[in-house]
Write a protein that binds this ligand. Sequence first.
Ligand code: NAP
Length: 483
Amino acid sequence: MASRVIPVDPFDLVIFGGTGDLARRKILPALYRRFVAGQIEGDVRVIGAARTDMDAAGYREMVGALLAETCAAEADAATLQAFLAMLDYVTIDARGSKGWDELAAKLRADRIRAFYFSVAPVLFADLAERLQRHGLSDGDARIVVEKPFGRDLASARDLNRGLAAHFDETQIYRIDHYLGKETVQNLMAIRFGNVLFEPLWNSQYVDHIQITVAEAGGVGGRGEYYDQTGAMRDMVQNHLMQLLCLIAMEPPAKFGPDAVRDEKLKVIRALDPVDASEVVRGQYAASGDIPGYTSEVGRPDTTTESFVALRTHVSNWRWAGTPFYLRTGKRLRERASEIAVVFKDAPHSIFGAEAGRHRNILTIRLQPNEGIELGVTIKEPGPGGMRLIDVPLDMTFAEALGPEEADFPDAYERLIMDVIRGNQTLFMRGDEVEAAWGWTDPVIAGWDRSGERPLAYAPGTSGPDEALRLMTRDGRRWREIRP
Ligand code: NAP
């Protein structure tokens, strides 16, 4: 089953921060893969822009070396050269006047113009202001901004104001790369493209929902940044919140940007406030050769959390009484992310108590091995009587679609193509981001006030024991963190 690749219209894409880590690791390889796939063709230009003094030839050399290393297997040398020929570079200062006239002269009025702000958020407003001043913010212009979008409600509002002064909301693409994952979009297809699930998608049939985003690694080279941020800001406010929204939202009238984002916003607004004292926050300890969090970030007294687990409710008619459990952390047992929709027990077991307790669980795996699995109860085969077992109806895409189709584009590939297509559905709107900060801010403020240290947990585990108790006290348990 070959997927259709529909080329996008010709565009000029400027990557501010085109020499930085994100551009090298994600944006440029994503563009290259779309080029190899035939989605980018014709008169397209990708312009790197940063303060480093370099010309177009130097930039092509830099990107060529990078792609030869990271994407060597994906195309031949001629294809790589054809891609590099699209690249250009401007030496520019987001806060100064250098380079702006040169950039304006390079851009063509009859092209889609996209500006990727792959720079620190403190530069967002400067870039937006200069783009407008140089007549580059009109018409088909659009800007792409990265997380972190603020570190609290006040700073997110400032960022939104800084962008809104120069660009309309319809031109602003706030990336949450989780929304670009194939399975996350499939979650919407499963919910709203089938009649099977939607009638059961409520508190009458769903016992609870678990969302786990577990990482096996520690903070690594991001220690300084991470320690200013913590798991609540780095993961819960954006990625986990977005997943929760897609699970809990009402069916939008259509799959369009505002219809979907209106429904997500309603979910965030319906979330019960969570008391800081009820959120389990942890920090990984040292073990053997593995350094603890405090030594990895080089701050023995830091109280920043590397783990969060919490329970919340969506207070509306659909979800009243169904808890949502969220957990995320570093140095956990495995790198594994999933959403599990755990349905209630059958109202009456005709098979008697000895048949045991069986539940349907719909699992949406985000990483690794993206796929969807529905656990159903069947009779154990054989003549041993009516014994029940749970088996997965596995919708791993590799099996259903063939290995080629299951080799999904990276989320960045899809999202950048959506920017060029002008489709904002998978991007966060300003009010959504603010509402999410409005929910997380009081929890973080509560921790700051208490001054308490996070609970220590051993690397390679499921986090602090207290996180397990968060569920066992409700008579439930977390699913095992497994790949
Ligand atoms: P980085 O490696 O530090 O790169 C920053 C880039 O910005 C460099 O190209 C730098 O080049 C340029 N720059 C800095 N000051 C500038 C100025 N005044 N004018 C023009 N260009 C300037 O940072 P990064 O990791 O790529 O991150 C970029 C953004 O993406 C940040 O907002 C980050 O939070 C976000 N993000 C990154 C990742 C990731 O995996 N790296 C993931 C998610 C989000 P010059 O020094 O040559 O100017």
